[in-house]
Design a protein around this ligand. Sequence first.
Ligand code: ADP
Ligand code: MG
Length: 704
Amino acid sequence: MRPNDLTPLFAPVETLKGIGPRLAVLMKKALRLPPGVREPRVLDLLWHMPTGVVDRRAEPSVADAVPGAIVTLKVRVLKHKVPPRGNSKVPYRVTTEDDTGRLELVFFRAEPSFVERQLPVGEIRYVSGRAERYGDTLQMPHPDYIVPEDRRADLPLLEPVYPLTAGLTAKVVLKAVRQAVDRVPELAEWQDAAWLKQRAWPSFADSVRGVHVPGDAGDVSPSSIYWQRLAYDELLANQLALGIVRQSFKAQRGRPVRGDGRFREKIVAALPFALTNSQKAALGDIAGDMSAPHRMLRLLQGDVGSGKTVVALMAMAIAVEAGAQAALMAPTEVLARQHLETIAPLAESAGLRVGLLTGREKGRPREHLLEALKHGEIDILIGTHALFQDDVVFRDLAFAVIDEQHRFGVHQRLALQMKGGEGGANMLVMTATPIPRTLLMTHYGDLDVSKLTEKPAGRKPIVTRAVPTEAMERLIERIRIQLQEGAQVYWVCPLIESSDVSELAAAEERHAHLRQIFGEGVGLLHGGMASSEKDATMAAFARNELQILVATTVIEVGVNVPNANIMVIEHAERFGLAQLHQLRGRVGRGSRESFCMLLYAQPLGETAKQRLEMMEATEDGFLIAEKDLELRGGGEVLGARQSGLPEFRVADVPGFTTLLATARDDARLILERDPALTTARGRALRTLLYLFECDEAVRLFRAA
Ligand code: ADP
Ligand code: MG
């Protein structure tokens, strides 16, 4: 049970003053909510970290106000100049003064009654905002704050700046965050006293306050003691949760599963290709795990197309050879059916019986399937979340594979495992997203990992070259030659910061340009198109009716055109390594020699240079992921977003890697000394786990 102390923090944001349903919807957009959380809660505001701070502490006289600077001025309201009706170009002006000079407050498209209410003639007001010089007058367009003398405290002298969304103003967020901060109770300390002292870290409550209600501009920085403390809290919660999961996992004995190889032999004989060495090595790891007396939990990593499915099938065959059953779970129905299509012919030629269970199987056929499963007349069951349902009962499930594991939570994994009865099922989880070791550690602890690093035979390497934009004409000449030989080209257009519109404009311009050169065979694909249009364009490219496809980054996801062999990426210096790697993965799928041309604008920054060099040097997604982590040097890591792994909300700070390693050691020590978290510190740590929503781990204490 969650401690009562925390209840106010888990209440919806609408319980805060001034936040109604409309603002709650906007907050849902602006805040990063953990997976599965649909309504923003007070707690989410605490983790809505500022990106900077506006310093309003300068309080000069009007005469001393520096144009261009943010200032807070104490002025008397002299007169209002209401703009003529119907002319929105003329602003509403209010003249104010202090003993040293005059200040004009300027409001465009203002509601006159609003301005009148805020600034009654003859009254004193504090106004805060950016002062500007306009001809001879000092003016302040749209002051951020206008407060009377007795409400002076409402004016934040140091105002944290928060990520916003259209319709959600800084003031609303600021007020809400402050209320959230006021709800933080004093909690028993969970960190080690000596460690806190060494780092000079304040209490949790003071740290939350330090970041959101700063006393100094430097407090709102990921390297401040406040932020660092919170980051460490988040990392410790994460490492502790992993430790608990692992501990409960190891506490349960597994069952050794050994096969005699008879089905595997038949599958290999039916394969139209030989297994790669990586595939064989992974299968060796898996067979070893399965035959050991503890439960298996292994991650199989391999880029898209590296051949994970065959490995899964062979591994499942081991379980069947041992007289048991196996299951393969995919995150979507489409993927589940795709697996069935790949696996069924091979499995059946080896004499294995395969079933499919998704949300779509209903009524009689479903009943039949479940009966057969219960009686062991199905050897391998492929499906979706539907496999978790209570009435899905195996005769003897010894092995389960989860594809694209990141889309499932820990508890779902456990639920499937529990269907394995006594010893629980051995588990293999698979992912196509290369996850750097550091990140793996944060999400799985010491999970066993196998990697498919080798591409299946017959695939050619992709020649990658970074060239300056000035060389585009030569590139176009080379493409002309390639096109005559039947090549097809993806041409990805510049990613322009913070504006979808200009990204599109750039793509349209390039499309027009290439059309002039190459004619009708140049297509355009962008995110603003209806999905039917997108599909039609993609299909035309796949049928080779289009030879060049100019696209914004929308092509990143799920496109397979084996004949396409050239990838051109404009302004490659603006892309992250993960994205470049994903984009490049669109080519090199067929028999043609493939190229990836990275066009960059000079001068190149140091990091961008290293990224492009890395791309030229290797196609290994794992190496690239490690490098990406190194270049970013933080918790906001490659893959986290794409892979759906939970991202850290607070811990994305300088020193991330070191803090993480310390948190891991700390967690290990804590669990060694107090495995059930029953000491005073242990109980405080449980609160920490709830705060960072690692309750799944807490629940395991009861399960164990
Ligand atoms: P993923 O790892 O993305 O799940 P798949 O398992 O779908 O990849 O395999 C991609 C393609 O490669 C499939 O058509 C599969 O039959 C083929 N394949 C798998 N292993 C090999 C191999 N050793 N040699 C050649 N082709 C292979
Ligand atoms: Mg796959």
